[in-house]
Write a protein that binds this ligand. Structure first.
Ligand SMILES: [Zn+2]
Length: 259
């Protein structure tokens, strides 16, 4: 992390004058509005205006963004270097997390670390279709322009199908009480890296490829449905299919929270 911040600051130093000029001339309000529109068209609905979206804070950190606490944080240099479409998609991705929070089931998500991971794979997987629809690895190499991160993500994406199977097996093992909750989480964290982006994006890519994008979007805050739709896609695409055992366990733990 420290290294990424340093790399970013050295880059800011090189472009300092242009960044200052950008700050003075760029229409930040318009960006916020465009990102709202982008999220609305992605979700194929009129955003509920009573669900306020958080303020966006731009500052210099590492080249990334996050929806955290009371605000959305984005790296100023990253925004400066992106094309306008990339900026809009980037912010719309963060707004997706922000907006979904009003509808997702917090009792389920925060009941256990396991539930949190199950839900986050859906959360990131769908959000990634907003800004990574031209390829998960392509995003890190051509938009984030980080060869190092691109290499890590390429490796992770390449093993996503296998990681999904491991993820399932760990949970099925836990459901039969053959492993403890603590050991379950330790094992999950070995496959659930970077918020499980690679697994989620692999799943949503398969869903889109099989033609179930609309259904995935309609059910964007119900984790059971995400795994279920993935399984329908996997049947068509010939990728790894989640077992009946896993799906019925997932049904069992989610059914009281989602109707
Ligand atoms: Zn995200």
């Amino acid at each position: 992390m420290k290294k990424y911040v340093l790399v970013n600051y050295l880059d800011v130093n090189v472009n300092y004058d242009s960044i200052i000029a950008f700050r003075e001339n760029y229409d930040f309000e318009a960006l916020v509005e465009k990102a709202r529109q982008r999220l609305s068209s992605f979700l194929e609905l009129q955003l509920d205006s009573s669900k306020t979206l958080k303020p966006v804070y731009l500052f210099f950190t590492n080249a990334d963004g996050a929806d955290f606490g009371d605000a959305i944080y984005m790296d100023f240099n990253l925004i400066f270097k992106m094309t306008e479409d990339q900026r809009v998609n980037f912010l719309a991705h963060e707004y997706f997390h922000n907006y979904r929070r009003y509808f997702e089931n917090h009792d389920f998500n925060y009941k256990s670390d396991l539930n949190y991971c199950i839900d986050m794979i859906q959360n990131e997987g769908i959000a990634d279709q907003i800004d990574k629809s031209e390829g998960f690895v392509n995003y890190y190499s051509n938009i984030m322009k980080s060869p190092e991160l691109a290499e890590i993500m390429m490796k992770l994406y390449g093993q996503a199908e296998e990681d999904l199977e491991k993820f399932q097996n760990i949970i099925v093992g836990f459901s039969k009480s053959s492993i403890s909750e603590k050991e379950t989480i330790d094992r999950i964290l070995e496959v659930y890296k970077y918020n499980g982006h690679h697994i989620g994006c692999f799943m949503s890519d398969q869903i889109v490829k099989a033609g179930y994008k609309d259904e995935m979007i309609r059910k964007y805050y119900n984790p059971y449905e995400f795994y279920n739709i993935y399984n329908k896609a996997a049947k068509i695409n010939g990728t790894f299919r989640l077992s009946d055992e896993y799906m019925s366990y997932l049904r069992k733990i989610t059914k009281e929270y989602y109707h």
